[in-house]
Design a protein around this ligand. Structure first.
Ligand code: PLP
Length: 422
């Protein structure tokens, strides 16, 4: 029965039951963590073979990968990831271990020098604003804020950002220079940007001639089911719409091989790639091509990556299933929470009763369960409805996921009962 339909005496009794469960929980002295989307040790072990590679040091074109040079990255690795990203190798750059660094560099270059199509560097404008679909990735927002770019939110829907809201904002405001988007299995909503939304984003009129979509495809191949949904082909859609330079695509192997020692990729139009390399040439004589070759030898081709990701799926899908099971069993029917059942990615987004997310996180902390701070998935840490909590179940073993989710459910129910006046 919905908690809000209970008579006061029944609600008080319900709250007492949850308080007793909560007291039992705190007495257990738990120490569990559902905060960061990191691969587990078992997932990292899948790539252990990398530590014995490469066996050689010569690239397909005869380049000695141990030496300087090759700013664009090893061609054979770019070919593998071009296939996975649905574009051609000429449109892909392979670099160091972090795509977030490439996003940072893209924004800094845009602020200092402008993008293809810019009249001036973004930084000389009085105001630079960016659209942020919410809930979204906390590090995107922290980076944007750090660079002095003002953030404007739009809701994330089941098929990507609310594209009508985006189109209305960009149509006549030239200070809106771009937007963030995680198109596939978004962090944390799990939504996948539909072809319809991607096409609208690619073709919508924008007041800023250099409006740029930062298309962070971090979870392109991170399927949790057998349905391996492809990402919309945003580069072709932008080109077809006559806006070839509108998008910069990012990806990495952080959650494919080693999160700390993988390879990051940037993709874009010919002009975007040339623009990025021009800036990069001042800060690098070339990326770690030994690591590039190591990854080429390890995977062989794009199908090698796909097969590898199925092994990840086997390890993490049961953890996501456990999150769903516990949430459904404990919270179903009480009408105090909603959550998504993602088909991929690393997160579950839990919306609790309005005004209780901070309380849930606080209760969980006192019971020894670390949750991502309430509001983390919103610009400036401000969730106006104080309801969203991001859950990251990949790192802990499945028994810990069960225990942590059971504890979270108790905290959600207790906080809801308190809010309803118990
Ligand atoms: N983009 C998204 C959406 C993420 O969720 C993460 C990590 O959680 C990253 C980027 C980080 O990528 P990288 O490790 O390549 O810097």
């Amino acid at each position: 029965m919905a908690l809000s339909d209970l008579q006061p005496a029944d609600l008080a009794a319900f709250a007492d039951t949850q308080r007793a469960a909560y007291d039992e929980l705190t007495a257990k002295g738990l120490k569990l963590d559902l905060t960061r989307g990191k691969p587990s040790s078992a997932q990292l072990d899948l790539s252990e073979g990398l530590l014995r590679l490469p066996t050689g040091h010569t690239a397909a074109d005869g380049t000695d990968v141990r030496n300087y040079g090759g700013l664009t990255g090893l061609p054979e690795l770019r070919a593998i990831f071009a296939d996975l990203l649905g574009t051609s190798p000429a449109n892909v750059v392979a670099q160091g271990n972090s795509s977030l660094t490439l996003m940072h560099d893209t924004l800094v270059q845009s602020l200092l020098y402008g993008r293809p199509g810019s009249v001036d560097p973004w930084g000389v404008e009085e105001e630079v604003r960016f659209i942020c679909p919410v809930p979204g990735y906390d590090r995107h927002f922290a980076l944007t804020d750090r660079l002095g770019i003002e953030m404007v939110t739009v809701p994330m829907t089941d098929e990507g950002p609310d594209v009508e809201a985006v189109a209305a904002l960009v149509a006549d405001d030239p200070s809106i220079k771009g937007m963030w988007l995680v198109p596939t299995y978004a962090n944390p909503s799990g939504s996948v940007c539909s072809e319809r939304v991607a096409r609208a984003l690619a073709s919508m009129p924008t007041a800023a001639p250099d409006f740029t979509i930062l298309w962070d495809n971090a979870y392109a191949v991170h399927h949790l089911t057998e349905v391996e949904t492809p990402t919309a082909d945003i580069l072709s859609l932008c080109a077809e719409a006559g806006n070839p330079d509108r998008v910069v695509v990012f990806a990495s192997t952080s959650k494919i091989t080693f999160a700390g020692a993988g390879v990051a990729f940037l993709a874009g139009s010919e002009a975007t790639v040339a623009w990025f390399l021009k800036g990069l040439a001042f800060s690098s004589i070339g990326p770690d091509k030994v690591n590039h070759l190591r990854h080429v030898e390890f995977f062989g081709d794009a199908d090698g990556v796909r097969a590898h990701m199925r092994k990840h799926r086997e390890l993490i899908a049961p953890k996501f299933a456990e999150v769903q099971r516990v949430l459904a069993e404990r919270l179903g029917g009480h009408d105090v929470a909603e959550w998504n059942d993602p088909a991929g990615g690393y997160f579950v987004s839990l919306d609790v009763l309005d005004g209780t997310a901070s309380r849930v996180v606080e209760l969980a902390k006192e019971a020894g369960i670390a949750l991502t701070p309430a509001g983390a998935s919103f610009p400036y840490g401000d969730d106006p409805r104080d309801r969203n909590i991001r859950l990251a179940p990949t790192l802990p073993p499945v028994e810990e996921v069960t225990a942590a989710m059971d504890a979270v459910a108790t905290c959600v129910l207790l906080a809801a009962a308190e809010k309803l006046g118990a």
